[in-house]
Design a protein around this ligand. Sequence first.
Ligand code: G6P
Ligand code: MG
Length: 217
Amino acid sequence: NKKGFIFDLDGVIVDTAKYHFLAWKRLAKSLDIHFTEEENEQLKGVSRVRSLEKILAWGNKTISKDQFTELMSKKNEEYLSYIAEMDSSEILSDVPRVLQYLIEKQQPISLGSASKNARVILDRVDLRKHFDAIVDGNDVSKAKPDPEVFLIAAKLLNIDPKDCIVFEDSVAGVTAANTANMVSIGIGSKDVLGHADYVFNDFTEISDDFLNELINN
Ligand code: G6P
Ligand code: MG
């Protein structure tokens, strides 16, 4: 029995939200916008362009197209400087166990991320070798909640979408998985991810038995 296991990256495999926060906060400050952690929460799973649009809207600012482009690249430069310091100690708890179990059971594994930095991050934490396919922000034209990213992953794995299982921490990502007709597993709080088929606080709550059931159902 083969299922396609698709992992979001940010907030599922590694906690990069703190680095996005630092970089967005400095950018907001340079525009005299006060940017809070609660607002940063709302940027989870949201593309880079859309994130900046939202920050500008919250701050009631309009800027030129050129300035927009410049701010985007500055933000990413700073973000990448944090990423450059990452190592495998930043992999979230029990992610390696779950990957290992799925590999032992010969299950196809893909990444399904909105980030254009996904490959760099996977290399930093030395997990890239475990993925049979990688689909990230460079490969899609429509951002989550559009299911495109996960449908491309299913195609690359050569698995029917209905036989795919998606691990996601964002509201938009769970919606994307549901729309793709995949099994959605929310990683985070039930209050936020109630629309997922299953919700766990983190991977330590996901047992090998549960994974085995997913494989055999
Ligand atoms: C993930 C994160 C978002 C981020 C997006 C784009 O979905 O949760 O916070 O904005 O990726 O990331 P990037 O690395 O391309 O700026
Ligand atoms: Mg995420």
